[in-house]
Structure formats: C-alpha cells, structure tokens
Design a protein around this ligand. Structure first.
Ligand SMILES: *Cc1c(COP(=O)(O)O)cnc(C)c1O
Length: 407
C-alpha cells in the first residue's frame, strides 16, 4: 500500500537503509503470536516449538498470576493515572517493592516501567560528567544508553577480562571522580555468567560503586532465583542490583535494589521514574504473585535447569558450535548456536521456523560481525518430547542447508 506519506522525500534515507538490510539478508519482519506465550504456540499461523522467549518459568500464563491480575483490575482499575512522584504511587506498588527488597535481602527497592528504564534511569542519574563508568564490552544496550546520558567518561573492558578491568580502574584511580564498575549478571547473547565475585573484589580494592544487571538471572540463578549476587554469595557487596520483571517473572517491569538512600535518590532523580507513568495495578499484582511462586514452586527452577543441561548436552553431541572456542561457553538456559555469517544465520532461522521450531537469528549489530547465531532459550515448561523434536529439527534443517558448525 503506498500512501501519501511514503511518497514524501523527508524519510527516504530510512528507506535506503532498509534496502541495504534487505540486500544483506538481515532485514526481518515481526513474527506475530496468535495465542499464549508458551513452549509450543502459534506464530503467524504456524504451530512451533518456542525456543525464543524469556519466559523461563512459564509464568506468563500461570493461573495464579492471571487471577492476581484480574482481581487487581476489579479492585483498582486498569491504570495508575500519573507518574509515581505526582499521584501515581498506589499501595500495591509499595507492596511489590517491599516484597522484592525482602526477597533480595536489601534495605529498599524501586520498580521502574521496564528493565531498560531501570538501567538507563539509574546509570544516568547516579553519575555525572566528572565520573567514570567501567563497563564490560557485552553489557546490555540499556546500560550503554544510561552511560551516555550520564555524560560520564566511559571505559570499556574486554568481555570478562579482569586484568583489563583492573587496568582501567588503575588509570583513573587518582582522579577524584566517582567510579562505577558495571556488569550484566548473565550476558543475554552468549548466556555466560558475569564474574560478579571477582568484580566485587576489584570494586572494593578501588573504591568503585558496584552495579549488576541481573535481568537474565532473576528467577533463574541463586536460591529460588535470587540472582547472581546470591549465586556468588556477594550479599552486601553490590551497591546497585538491577532485575527485570519481564523475563522469568513473566510480566513487565524492572527494579533497582540497594540502600534506602540509593532508592530515595532515584525517587528524586531517575528520569523514567519522574517523567513516565507507573504500572497499572494489575502488573504489580501479577509480580507479587510471581515472587510468591518462586518460593512455593521451586521445582520450576529445577525443571528449567534439567532441561538446560539436557538440551546443551544434546546440541554438543550433534556437533553444533555452542560457544566455548571463539566465544565464552554458556552456563545458563541461554544457548547460542554460533553460525558466523549473518545471511546464513537468518536463512537457518527462517527454515527452522518453516519446519516448526522458533529460534531467533541474531546478527550484527546486536552481536559482532562474523558472530551471528541462532539463540535458544530453555523454559521449565518444555517437555522432553518438545526438546527431542526441536533437536531433530535443528539437526535435519542444518544438514539440508549445509550448516554444520563447530567441526
Ligand atoms: C532484557 C534485558 C534488559 C531489559 O529488561 P526489560 O524489562 O525487557 O526492559 C536489561 N538488561 C538485560 C541484560 C536484559 O537482558
């Protein structure tokens, strides 16, 4: 359909860039989910085994979470009506924050609209132009954006390279500016775990603020899904802990945990908190129910790790390159299948979809050039039969396309 707008010259540079993506084979269309986010579901009218969602514990459709949301809508309506600092702080928002703070064993917590805004809003507000951010090269985009908005000087260390991180900390040690040392708890594209304990040692040694973004670790790692700080026994050593409510927790949102003063400061200075409306009460209610489930249904986390171990072992046995040589080996439910070439990766992903497996192709610029991959993510709700069928399909389709990685 050509409209009046598409004939105007103003945005033609965008069209040119899209044409370039198409020429490179990395242009994509959005896949549309017809039913519920689940291990087997329907995208674009096709039934597929879903290896692409972050729904680690299957909570997006859990009956108790649905019930909590419906009850909150009945009791409190569908919207909060304002930003938190004006008139949009509801009792249920406070209840969720207190619950998360207790769960994480910290003084206080503040919930943001998303993990993205939690990171960007926090990093950009706690530092200024005279400060330094020492950041892993594979940290999430929301950290990078927050760092840029802070106007602090950004120093990037090679992925998980502690000697390099220390070198950068040393370089700025005599400068009076504040230093923030920051890592993802779990890296979303490779599925490896950040060396939180070693980074805490460095932060202590150099007096740096320590911050961890635990988006993919929340509900996955640590006791009952308490995250990497718990996994590494680093309680009391991480000044700023970020988590998400959008992945394992099954709903939407992000949170920051730390001292009472950190949270009070964010109330006053974090721009997404100050200038964007708070969650509908149903979202807060859903998340409260989800944290209850982490305690009452820990078998979900066990099933998630059982599936993860099985799927990784089988992928390795089939000869796929699942990292470990050119990229760090995954230690989590995220397992990349490294292909290399962007176009071939996207072709593989499309062919998998046609054969009934949904696994996202990820190419430059999300991952470095030459490191394109299919990313697979386990959930607790995949059955062994789902996994066997997915493995058989991966094997068959990769052979048909002449893709055999790792050999
Ligand atoms: C997904 C993700 C986020 C963003 O979380 P949302 O709640 O989806 O906005 C932040 N950091 C990392 C490492 C993530 O993987």
């Amino acid at each position: 359909m050509t409209s009046e707008l598409s004939r105007r010259p103003q945005l033609q540079h965008l069209t040119a860039q899209l044409d370039e993506l198409k020429a490179r084979g990395t242009h994509f269309r959005l896949r549309v989910l017809d039913d519920v986010q689940a291990p087997v579901c329907t995208y674009d009218g096709r039934r597929v085994i879903n290896l692409a969602s972050n729904n680690y514990l299957g909570l997006t459709a859990h009956p108790k979470l649905r019930e909590a949301a419906i009850q909150a809508i009945k009791d409190y309506g569908v919207g909060s009506g304002a930003v938190r600092t004006i008139a949009g702080t509801m009792k249920i928002h406070m209840e969720l924050e207190e619950k998360i703070a207790r769960f994480k064993n910290v003084e206080a917590c503040v919930v943001f609209q998303s993990g993205f805004t939690a990171n960007a809003g926090t990093v950009s507000s706690i530092l200024g132009k005279d400060d330094f951010i020492i950041s892993d090269e594979l940290n999430h985009a929301s950290i990078i954006d927050g760092a840029r908005l802070s106007r602090a000087k950004i120093k990037v260390f090679r992925h998980k390279d502690m000697a390099h991180a220390e070198e950068l900390l040393k370089e700025v040690a005599s400068d009076p500016g504040h230093k923030l040392l920051i890592t993802d708890g779990v890296f979303s594209m490779d599925g490896d775990i950040g060396p939180v304990d070693k980074l805490c040692d460095l932060a202590d040694k150099y007096g740096a603020i320590m911050m961890v973004d635990d988006a993919h670790a929340s509900g996955v790692l640590g006791r009952n899904g308490r995250g990497t700080i718990d996994h590494f026994h680093c309680h009391g050593r991480v000044d700023v802990q970020v988590g998400t409510l959008s992945k394992a927790i099954g709903s939407l949102g992000g949170y920051v945990c730390g001292s009472r003063d950190l949270i009070d400061f964010l109330y006053h200075r974090a721009r997404p908190f100050l200038f964007s409306t708070s969650h509908p009460p149903s979202v807060a209610a859903t998340c409260i129910a989800a944290f209850d489930l982490l305690e009452t249904e820990p078998e979900r986390i066990e099933r998630l790790w059982d599936n993860t171990r099985y799927f990784k072992a089988e992928l390795g046995r089939l000869g796929f390159n699942i990292g470990g040589v050119t990229t760090p080996a995954s230690e989590t439910p995220i397992t990349p299948i490294i292909i290399g070439d962007g176009r071939q990766t996207m072709d593989f992903s499309r062919a998998l979809f046609d054969a009934g497996v949904m696994a996202t192709g990820i190419a430059f610029p999300t991952v470095p050039e030459g490191k394109a991959r299919i990313r697979t993510i386990m959930t607790s709700e995949h059955t062994r039969a789902d996994l066997d069928q997915a493995l058989e399909t991966l094997d068959r389709v990769s052979r048909k396309l002449g893709i055999r990685t790792g050999a």
